[in-house]
Design a protein around this ligand. Structure first.
Ligand code: GLN
Length: 193
């Protein structure tokens, strides 16, 4: 069987770490910088980084509408950290233009400047497929006001950190850091339901 082809929006952020994580999960990684790059992709990743910078790049490259179309067509998409912010319908703390496909509010840099990065283990009440997972948070957003179509797959200290709405997955942490392939594998298994 051919390896699935997964695009990574490559404007800024941890593109390389996602490419390595995809290879560990058995997929090919393709950088996305133009609408044509979306042709023939099986799934897409919006990486972590700086959401203001990535949003400016999306506008400059005229990628908002092509990405909305790709997601509306039912292709699986994973946004991590800044990428999760760019999927959300509503953003707090210096909002940026988003794709608006995930029914929730993302508060940027919600853990404050004192504790801007930390690692934590997923709560035991999470989806058992992710049991024991260590999550790295870097100036992470906090998701709230989840709509009825949004399912929480992982929590840390009671906060949702991995959520799914149909074909859209969003993680507030960095599953591409470390060597746990489970979130990338979930992306490859995700279908619009
Ligand atoms: N704080 C960043 C933002 O708001 C996200 C941080 C990250 O992606 N690691 O864009």
């Amino acid at each position: 069987m051919q390896a699935p082809k997964v695009g990574i929006v490559a404007i800024q952020g941890d593109v390389e770490a996602h490419a390595a994580a995809l290879r560990r999960a058995g997929a090919d990684a393709v950088p996305v910088l133009r609408d044509k790059d979306l042709d023939g992709l099986d799934a897409l990743i919006l990486p972590g980084g700086e959401s203001t910078t990535i949003a400016k790049g999306l506008a400059r490259l005229e990628l908002y509408e092509p990405l909305r179309g790709f997601i509306a067509a039912g292709h699986p998409v994973l946004g991590t950290c800044a990428g999760a912010i760019l999927l959300a319908r509503r953003v707090l703390n210096h909002p940026v233009e988003t794709l608006g496909v995930l029914d929730c509010t993302a508060a940027r840099n919600a853990y404050g400047t004192q504790v801007d990065s930390f690692a934590a283990t997923v709560d035991p009440e999470s989806d058992p497929a992710f049991a024991g997972m260590r999550c790295v948070f870097i100036r992470a957003p906090r998701l709230s006001e989840l709509g009825p179509g949004v399912e929480v797959l992982m929590r840390v200290d009671g906060e949702p950190v991995l959520v799914r709405q149909a074909n859209v997955l969003a993680a507030t942490f960095h599953p591409e850091l470390g060597d746990d392939p489970r979130v990338h594998e979930r992306l490859l298994e995700t279908r619009a339901r």
